[in-house]
Design a protein around this ligand. Structure first.
Ligand SMILES: Nc1nc2c(c(=O)[nH]1)N[C@H]1C(S)=C(S)[C@@H](COP(=O)(O)O)O[C@H]1N2
Ligand SMILES: [Mo]
Length: 406
């Protein structure tokens, strides 16, 4: 959109919740307007906040950026350009997008770098360090991309257009150093974009409120079941293209490499861009090393899988993985969670809970199984990769039991 570009410095960042743990290099600069960040704002809530509610409050939702937060102050002028391999390019204004049927989709967004810090402890990786909270569950309100694409003459369930369009590229307003000052971008297959059941949204609401600046105001893409990197914020244009997007974040980042590949022998073109996220679970009611009193302890956490797969089971061990007990799973209170059932939110995480008796120092472990019977890998070493993505290894916490006379 002409004349609408993100700021190139961090002097216009929005206010943020003081509970968030900032993971960017926390360097600041001073100007007449005060102190401001020199790096993209990357922050996550304390893990205990994640299990306090099924829907993550907006101010506690993790924030992952690659540049300054854009300023869109003239919403009347804001529009999305639909361009590329289509007959007639079109501009869609907010009123056009709001005129389409509105859907509310409950979907979990997870950064591919979630739990990276734990992976880098076995062997160094490159990337922003995240603990276990680069994930959140939101209710996203907006138009379906499948309905938007129909406006430009691409019918539902199309995998290829007559002019050879096979992918849908989302281009943002922001400016990123990885793109040499250009915008963040990503693409998804046209077949997914035009499938109404894939629930890909152009969202203008988060948890029933207008999207805020940190999360993509005025409009962002939500690609349910896929790593967060493909859910482009601050949408500027939608480009119908023949090949997968050639941007940095599709081609030189967010790809899964085997442990044998390091920075001296990497060939980026040998791997595809990561899309669905694998099965994951994390204990959130205990810190990595936690002191507790002996007796009954309730262990709580989240489990999620990509591609719309439900969570079939969450196993918890209180003896470092020798024996397991099954945790109970829930989404909405008063309604039993049944994996892959119509009554469950297919794109959303499942919270789990189990009460155990603990009398001595031990390691507590969680692992989940999804409806395709995929299981989390035991050891982080086996899935180590140089970018430190998709750490879905068994989640472990150490408990130190303090007795009353201590
Ligand atoms: N325009 C734009 N979109 C973006 C990003 C970005 O830096 N710029 N980061 C991506 C990544 S890596 C993630 S994990 C999610 C994070 O979304 P959130 O900040 O709303 O939690 O946004 C994605 N969309
Ligand atoms: Mo991410």
């Amino acid at each position: 959109m002409p004349g609408l570009r993100g700021p190139s410095d961090y002097s216009q960042e929005p206010p943020r919740h003081p509970c968030l743990q900032i993971n960017a290099k926390a360097s600041f600069s001073f100007s007449i307007i005060g102190f401001y960040l020199l790096e993209p704002f990357n922050a996550e809530p304390p893990r205990s906040a994640l299990v306090s509610s099924y829907v993550t409050p907006v101010d506690l939702f993790y924030k992952r950026n690659h540049g300054p937060i854009p300023v869109v102050d003239d919403i009347e002028r804001y529009c999305v350009d639909l361009v590329g391999l289509i007959e007639t390019p079109k501009k869609l204004y907010m009123k056009d997008i709001r005129a389409l049927p509105k859907y509310n989709v409950t979907a979990t967004l997870q950064c591919a770098g979630n739990r990276r810090t734990a992976m880098s402890k076995t062997r160094k990786v490159r990337g922003v360090g995240w603990d276990v909270s680069a994930i959140g569950n939101g209710v996203w309100g907006g138009a379906k991309l499948a309905d938007v694409l129909e406006i430009i003459g691409i019918p539902k369930l199309t995998s290829s257009t007559q002019s050879g369009g096979k992918h849908v590229e989302f281009v943002s307003i922001d400016k990123c150093k990885e793109e040499n000052g250009g915008p963040y971008k990503a693409s998804i297959p046209l077949s997914q974009a035009t499938n109404p059941e894939a629930d890909v949204l152009l969202a203008y609401e988060m948890n029933g409120e207008p999207l805020n600046r940190d999360h993509g105001y005025p409009l962002r893409v939500i690609v349910p079941g896929v790593i967060g990197a493909r859910s482009v914020k601050w949408l500027d244009s939608i480009n119908i293209i023949a090949e997968v997007c050639q941007g940095f974040f599709m081609q030189k980042d967010y790809k899964m490499f085997p442990p044998s590949v390091d920075w001296d022998n990497i060939n980026w073109s040998t791997r595809r861009p990561q899309m669905d996220f694998p099965v994951q679970s994390v204990i959130c009611s205990l810190e990595d090393v936690q002191s507790i009193k002996p007796g009954k302890v309730t262990i709580r956490g989240y489990a999620a899988s990509g591609g719309g797969r439900g969570i079939e089971r969450v196993d918890v061990s209180v003896d470092g993985g020798k024996t397991w007990i099954e945790a109970s799973r829930f989404q909405k209170t008063g309604m039993p969670y049944i994996a892959d059932d119509m009554s469950s939110d297919k794109w959303a995480w499942v919270l789990f809970e189990v009460t155990v008796d603990i009398s001595h120092n031990t390691e507590i472990v969680a692992k989940a199984v999804d409806t395709a019977a995929n299981v989390q890998p035991e050891k982080v070493q086996d899935i180590w990769n140089l970018r430190g993505i998709l750490n879905t290894s068994w989640h472990r916490v150490q408990v130190r039991v303090g007795h009353s006379n201590m």
